[in-house]
Design a protein around this ligand. Structure first.
Ligand code: PEP
Ligand code: MG
Length: 606
C-alpha cells in the first residue's frame, strides 16, 4: 500500500509543547554547508502534498482538477479489472468493485469538493482531511469485517492522491524553506527544488542515500539521523542547519543567529568562487592520467561539471527521469532527454544506467511493499521481469545513440546470465528498429559491480561487457550487510573495511585483465580522502558529484601515484577498518596535510 507525503505550509500545532529554548540536536552531516530558515514540515512517505490556502478565483480550477482525478482514478480501476485474468478474478475484482463504489459514493466526493470550496484548500489536502475522518470512523466500528474496510478507503485515497500528484504541482511551499521530514524521497526533493529550499533535516537516510547525493549536487546543506525531530519542530519555526558538524539548532539565540548568518554567507560565496576555477587534463605528480567524469542527470549540472573539468558523464541515473515524470517516461520523452544530454557531452560519452528502481517506486498495479526492498525486485531484475518498460528504454537508448556517444549501464548485476539476457533483448530491439527503418546507434554496454556475487565473478562479467562501473555505495551496503539509508547502522558502513578494499582491487584487476575500462562511480570516488586509495588500487576513472570535482582534482594533482601504491600496500596488511582508517589518516597528515582542509582528515564512516 502506498503512503503519501503531505507537507503543510501553514502553522501546524506540534504534538509537543513549544519550549522556545535554544536546543542543539545532533545527527549525521550528509551535505556540507550552513543555512538558516523557516521550517516546512513534511508528512508521510510516498507522495508529497501540502496544504495551501487558495484565493477565491482558484477554487473553480481546483474543483475541476479534483473531478478530473476522480474520473481518471475510476478509469484506471476499470482498466485493471478488465486486464485481470479469469483465475484471479474473484478476489481482485471484488476489491476493485469496492474501490469503484467508494469513488462513486457521492457523499464522499461531495464532502471533498465542499472542503475545497469552504476551506479554500488544495485538492490533495481536502482528500487527506476527508478520507482521514472516514478512515477513523471505520476503525472505530465493532465488526472486524467492517473495521477492515478502511484499507479500501486508504487505497482509494492513495490512488486519488497519486493521480493528483501525477501532474506538476501548481503550488509549492514558501521559498527558502528548511525541509523537515522523517524520510525524504528523491522525487520529493526534485519537486521541492522548484521552490529553492535552503536545507534538509531528516530522521532517516545516510551519506549514500540518493536524496543526499542529490542534496550535495544541489549544494543544499543536510543533516540526517535526528530521531524524533518531527516532534520537536513545527512549520514556521526558525532553525539553523549546520551541515559541517551534523547539528541543528532550534530556537536559536540572537548570538548564534548572528554567527551562523556569517557562516551561511561564507558558504554561499565559496560555491560561487569554486565555479570560477576551470580544469584541464588531470595527472598525478608522477604523471598518471586520471579521468574525472560527472555523476549528473540534468543538462544544467553537466554544464557546471564541465566548467570544473569533468570529462563526460560517468553515471546518469535514468530513474531520476522517472521521479520527474512520476511514472515511466514515454519512449519519445526518453529519446529527447538522452539526446539532449548526449549532445552536451559531445565527444565524451554519457553512461546511462537503465532504471534502477524497486517495485515500491512503481505506481499502479506493479507497486508493492517489500519486506527488504534493497534485496528485492530492483534494478536489472525488475527490467528482466517486466520487460515492456525495459524494452522501451533500450529502444530509446538505441535511437538516442545514433550519432551520439551513449553507453548503457545495467544496474544490480549478480549473475552473468542477466547480462547475456539483456544483450539478447538489446539485439531483438535493434532488429525491431531495423525492420521499422528507424536509425539507431551501437552503444557500448557495461555492468554495475555493486553486489558481492558480481565481485567474485567480475572476470566472467568483464568478458561479456565493454566496461565495468563500480558502485561503491551498494557494494559497501551489500558486502557489509549494512543498510545505506539507516542512520542507526551508520557506524557499520565502513568504506575502508578490508573486505571492501579487497573487493575493489579484484574488480579493477578484472577490468585491467580484460582490457576494458572501469569507472568508479559510488560516493567514495568523490571523496578527497578515499580517491587516493582508489587510485592506489588501480582506478583510472572516477565519476562523482559535480560539487566534489574541484576538491578531488586538487588532491589528485598534488599526490604521486607511487605514494598511493605505497599506502595501499600497507593497508592491505590491516585486519580491521579501524586500523586502515588510522593508517590512512596518519599518512595523510604526515604527507598530504597541505592539500586538505581539516574537516576532510576525518574519514567518513558513512
Ligand atoms: C552505487 O551503488 O555506488 C551507485 C553508484 O549507484 P546508486 O548510488 O545509484 O545505487
Ligand atoms: Mg547502486
Amino acid at each position: 500500500m502506498t503512503k503519501m507525503i503531505v507537507y503543510d505550509v501553514t502553522t501546524q500545532a506540534s504534538p509537543l509543547k513549544r519550549k522556545n529554548v535554544e536546543t542543539e540536536l545532533f545527527g549525521q552531516a550528509v551535505s556540507r554547508g550552513v543555512a538558516i530558515g523557516k521550517v516546512t514540515w513534511l508528512y508521510g512517505q510516498k507522495r508529497q502534498f501540502y496544504r495551501i490556502n487558495l484565493n477565491e478565483n482558484q477554487i473553480e480550477g481546483e474543483l475541476r482538477r479534483f473531478r478530473g482525478a476522480v474520473s481518471l482514478a475510476k478509469r484506471q480501476i476499470k482498466k485493471i479489472a478488465s486486464q485481470t485474468s479469469e483465475s484471479a478474478r474473484t478476489n481482485k475484482t471484488t476489491i476493485l468493485d469496492a474501490h469503484l463504489l467508494i469513488l462513486e459514493d457521492k457523499s464522499l466526493t461531495t464532502k471533498i469538493a465542499d472542503n475545497i470550496k469552504l476551506r479554500k484548500v488544495n485538492a490533495e489536502w481536502a482528500v487527506k482531511v476527508v478520507t482521514e475522518t472516514y478512515i477513523a470512523d471505520y476503525k472505530s466500528i465493532n465488526s472486524t469485517y467492517l473495521r477492515e474496510r478502511y484499507i479500501d478507503l486508504e487505497d482509494v485515497s492513495n490512488r486519488l492522491l497519486t493521480v493528483l500528484g501525477g501532474e506538476k504541482p501548481e503550488f509549492l511551499p514558501h521559498k527558502n524553506a528548511i525541509i523537515v521530514a522523517k524520510d525524504l524521497k528523491p522525487s520529493s526533493l526534485i519537486e521541492l527544488s522548484q521552490s529553492s529550499p535552503k536545507a534538509i533535516i531528516t530522521e532517516r537516510g545516510g551519506w549514500t542515500s540518493h536524496t543526499f547525493i542529490l542534496a550535495r549536487e544541489m549544494d543544499l546543506p543536510a543533516v540526517t539521523g535526528i530521531d524524533g525531530v518531527l516532534q520537536q519542530i513545527e512549520t514556521g519555526d526558525e532553525v539553523i542547519v549546520d551541515g559541517y558538524n551534523g547539528k541543528i539548532i532550534l530556537y536559536p539565540t540572537e548570538k548564534n543567529l548572528r554567527e551562523y548568518k556569517i557562516a551561511a554567507k561564507k558558504f554561499k560565496s565559496v560555491k560561487v568562487e569554486s565555479l570560477k576555477t576551470a580544469g584541464g587534463k588531470l595527472k598525478t605528480l608522477d604523471g598518471r592520467n586520471i579521468i574525472i567524469r560527472a555523476n549528473v542527470d540534468s543538462p544544467q549540472n553537466f554544464l557546471k561539471a564541465e566548467r570544473v573539468g569533468a570529462r563526460g558523464i560517468g553515471l546518469y541515473r535514468s530513474e531520476f527521469l522517472f521521479n520527474q515524470y512520476k511514472d515511466f517516461p514515454s519512449e519519445q520523452q526518453q529519446i529527447n532527454a538522452y539526446q539532449k544530454i548526449a549532445q552536451l557531452v559531445a565527444e565524451e560519452a554519457v553512461h546511462i544506467r537503465t532504471f534502477d528502481l524497486n517495485v515500491e517506486n512503481l505506481t499502479g498495479e506493479h507497486s508493492e511493499k517489500e519486506q527488504n526492498p534493497a534485496l528485492g525486485l530492483r534494478g536489472i531484475r525488475l527490467g528482466l521481469l517486466h520487460t515492456e518498460q525495459f524494452r522501451i528504454q533500450l529502444r530509446a537508448l538505441l535511437q538516442a545513440s545514433a550519432g551520439s556517444k551513449i553507453a548503457i549501464v545495467l544496474p544490480m548485476i549478480s549473475d552473468v546470465s542477466e547480462i547475456i539476457l539483456a544483450k539478447k533483448i538489446l539485439q531483438e530491439e535493434k532488429e525491431n528498429l531495423r525492420k521499422r527503418k528507424i536509425e539507431f546507434g551501437n552503444p557500448p554496454l557495461g555492468a554495475m559491480i555493486e553486489v558481492p556475487a558480481a565481485v567474485f565473478t567480475a572476470d566472467d562479467i568483464a568478458r561479456e561487457v565493454d566496461f565495468l562501473s563500480l558502485g561503491t555505495n551498494d557494494l559497501v551496503q551489500y558486502i557489509l550487510a549494512v543498510d545505506r539509508d539507516n542512520p542507526a547502522v551508520a557506524d557499520w558502513f565502513r568504506t575502508l573495511h578490508p573486505a571492501i578494499i579487497r573487493a575493489i582491487k579484484t574488480v579493477l584487476a578484472a577490468a585491467e585483465n580484460n582490457d576494458i575500462p572501469a569507472i568508479v562511480c559510488g560516493e567514495m570516488a568523490g571523496s578527497p580522502f578515499y580517491a587516493p586509495i582508489l587510485i592506489g588500487l588501480g582506478a583510472k576513472v572516477l565519476s562523482m558529484n559535480v560539487n566534489s570535482i574541484l576538491r578531488v582534482r586538487k588532491i589528485v594533482s598534488g599526490i604521486a601515484f607511487e605514494e598511493t601504491q605505497e599506502i595501499v600496500k600497507t593497508i592491505e596488511k590491516c585486519r580491521t577498518a579501524d586500523e586502515i582508517e588510522d593508517l590512512v589518516r596518519n599518512y595523510f597528515v604526515e604527507k598530504w596535510s597541505h592539500l586538505f582542509s581539516s574537516d576532510i582528515l576525518t574519514p567518513r564512516k558513512s
